[in-house]
Design a protein around this ligand. Structure first.
Ligand code: GN1
Ligand code: MG
Length: 349
């Protein structure tokens, strides 16, 4: 790693390297010199097969946000002025460290308010950004219809033994084929517009200061065009739940309706005007769908040999899938309750 470190424009010699294992994709290290801290990341090229295009996106997005005088990640370039360092087929990039706290789950409604506001401001700040300038780093990233089809392909290669053990999860997912197409079809029909989206605004990708105020969204790897519904629902997926996706005791896992209300109020306060009617009328459904999608992604990876998400044991992705599928069903059974909450809020706008 010393060889890589030497290639970047860090000021001061690095005296400490600490691995941060929060993310499920890249390898992240916090470096400290006598005066400063930095973040160094090895990009996971199984997931991101074009790190150059990915960094081009981050460069454009961070410049745009910076020019608005808002806080965002600051790239540290290599000594030749490039955005990446390549070594033995691996790609590394670095950022300035932002002094902050992250949360894996939330027990305080004021943090929900902050998360939603932070996401809404991110969307608002990027409204005028021409999304066609962004590279598609992962095609079909939140295309649930595509994710469903891929699940079916993986099932064909999965052993009967394994499938029997997960028969209830498989049958549940297979029964949702039509649901998986709904949002995608609305995008194709241009009823739901494409916009610049973060595409991974989970709670641990939001930095907070010591006063519990949100600073900014990080992990900009997947910033590209998409529907704003996947962003809103993905933040809700990780903010408005009793336990994180890592919880394996499903009795402890449930959706927090009161948090949902706070989230929606706070988000719409900032960004109500840019949502169209079709987006609003699909918002509750998109929350059910994002849990289902994440459940399918975890289960697909489990059947496929855990190649995508980092795992600590062989069944890790299966347990994560069970957690997400339980929540998807809970939303399904409470659609009208959520719709009422949403309607009561939008009524006042
Ligand atoms: C991954 O990189 P990280 O850990 O923030 C994943 C997201 C998932 C999330 C689930 C590029 O995010 O899509 O929702 O794990 N990122 C990618 O925790 O697949
Ligand atoms: Mg990520």
């Amino acid at each position: 790693m010393q060889k890589i470190i030497k290639e970047f424009e860090f000021n001061g010699a690095i005296v400490e390297i600490i691995e941060n294992s929060l993310g499920l994709i890249n390898n992240t290290y916090v470096l400290r010199s006598c005066t400063d801290k930095f973040v160094l990341q090895k990009i996971n090229t199984y997931v991101f097969n074009n790190p150059v295009q990915l960094m081009e996106n981050i460069y454009l997005i961070t410049n745009h946000i910076n020019n608005l005088d808002k806080v965002t990640l600051e790239i540290i370039k290599n000594k030749q002025g490039g955005l990446l360092v390549e070594s033995n087929g691996d790609f590394w990039r670095a950022f300035k460290f932002i002094k902050s706290q992250v949360y894996l789950k939330i027990d305080d409604p004021s943090l929900i308010f902050e998360c939603a506001k932070c996401l809404a401001n991110f969307h608002k700040n990027l409204l005028v950004f021409p999304f066609k300038q962004l590279n598609t780093v992962i095609p079909n990233f939140h295309n649930t219809s595509f994710i469903f089809d891929r699940f079916k392909e993986i099932l064909l290669k999965t052993s009967e033994f394994e499938k029997i053990k997960c028969i209830s999860q498989i049958n549940y997912i297979l029964s949702k084929e039509n649901d998986c197409k709904i949002i995608h079809n609305l995008i194709l029909k241009k009823k739901i517009p494409l916009r610049v989206c973060h595409n991974d605004p989970k709670i641990s990708n939001i930095l907070f200061d010591s006063k519990k105020k949100a600073i900014c969204l990080i992990d900009l790897d997947t910033v590209m065009s998409g529907t704003i519904l996947s962003d809103i629902s993905d933040a809700i997926r990780t903010c408005c739940v009793s336990q994180s996706e890592e919880e394996k005791d499903l009795d402890k896992v449930f959706f927090k309706f009161d948090y949902f209300e706070v989230f929606i109020k706070s988000y719409l306060r900032v960004n109500y005007d840019s949502l169209n009617k079709v987006e609003l009328s699909n918002l509750v459904f998109s929350v059910e769908l994002i849990f289902l999608e994440q459940g399918i992604r975890f289960l697909s990876d489990y059947f496929n040999g855990n190649k995508y998400f980092k795992v600590r044991h062989q069944k890790h992705n299966l347990l994560r899938a069970n957690n997400q599928l339980k929540l998807s069903k809970e939303i399904r059974n409470n659609r009208s309750k959520l719709q009422k909450i949403l309607d009561n809020i939008t009524h006042n706008f």
